[in-house]
Design a protein around this ligand. Structure first.
Ligand SMILES: [Zn+2]
Ligand SMILES: [Zn+2]
Length: 312
């Protein structure tokens, strides 16, 4: 237990910095998305109260997310040590032809594509499980409860969700490459961690640019992800990928929207999440309801009997 505690304390500052990086990136790019959303909104203009609520959730996650993320990493590290998991990560610096500038570029590209490909396929399945397993849906539904989809929806998430995503995506690069102590590749790591999050913000924007349709099904677009947030039955469990819709195509969940298809977003049950208490305590209350109602988490994706058809 003391090993877990000291590991948690050593992971905490790193976890906090990681979140500050993600939030900082959003803060500096948000004005661009605001302008785009005013220029060509896909739905109506986003109500201010909606944006304010999403930012309140962001603020509440500032401490909760690093604390839980550090716990998840510390627990996996302690567990890994206890069972003697071998370290097989490949050093990024091993990819070298002896020309520092070219090496940096190649390493950056390598990290970038590893992060996108592996990160997205892992995230695809994690995301899909969140939709079919009622206990996980309790965590994810806060993100889907936004009836005015906009760029700030990206961080309208429960702190379990953000920490889970960071673990899933961190693994995608960290499992393959040893990134420790490699100051030379800092720029490459920075680039690999820069573009994918900005694309995440972009696909959540309340934005209609029909010309982007040519990107499908290779690269996601705001309309592709809008469908994922739809309330309508025909859009349920579609378009899970964040960056690469090809995974939806391969795994049978791809939905190509028609030109004017911008359905209403939110929870199809009509349930609303409007207070910080409902947002952060929601999963705990949901699990409690499930336990009391005897609802089981079943691997075939059956829904919570207490709230059938609740998923988007
Ligand atoms: Zn989802
Ligand atoms: Zn989303």
């Amino acid at each position: 237990m003391s090993e877990l505690w000291s590991e948690w304390r050593s992971q905490l500052p790193q976890a906090f910095l990681l979140l500050c990086y993600a939030y900082g990136l959003f803060v500096v790019t948000w004005p661009v998305f605001l302008l785009l959303e005013r220029w060509r909104p896909a739905g109506g203009q986003t109500p201010r109260a909606n944006v304010r609520f999403n930012w309140t959730i962001v603020a509440s996650n500032l401490l909760l997310t690093p604390a839980f993320y550090a716990l998840a990493v510390a627990a996996s590290t302690v567990f890994g040590r206890a069972v003697g998991l071998p370290a097989f990560a490949y050093p990024v610096l091993g990819v070298s032809i002896g020309q520092p500038v070219i090496d940096g570029a190649v390493q950056g590209v390598l990290l970038f594509f590893t992060s996108c490909l592996l990160g997205d396929v892992w995230y695809y399945w994690w995301h899909r499980l969140q939709h079919v397993i009622p206990a996980l849906w309790e965590i994810h539904k806060l993100h889907h409860a936004d009836e005015n989809l906009n760029a700030t929806t990206i961080y309208r998430s429960h702190f379990f969700e953000l920490a889970g995503q960071a673990v899933m995506r961190g693994f995608s690069v960290g499992l393959v490459f040893d990134l420790s102590g490699q100051t030379e590749t800092l720029l490459a790591i920075f680039m690999a961690g820069l573009l994918p999050p900005v694309w995440d913000f972009f696909i959540h924007a309340n934005l209609r640019i029909d010309r982007l349709r040519f990107l499908l099904p290779v690269l996601s677009t705001p309309q592709f992800h809008w469908i994922h947030h739809s309330k309508l039955p025909q859009h349920q469990d579609k378009n899970f990928a964040i960056w690469l819709p090809l995974f939806d195509l391969v795994f049978g969940s791809y939905y190509r929207p028609a030109v004017d298809e911008y359905p209403p977003t939110g929870l199809s049950s009509g349930e609303r999440i409007e207070t910080l208490w409902e947002a952060q305590a929601g999963p705990f209350l949901g699990w409690w309801r499930m336990l009391r109602g005897g609802t089981e988490v079943r691997s075939d994706g059956s829904l919570n009997r207490a709230n059938p058809k609740e998923k988007q």
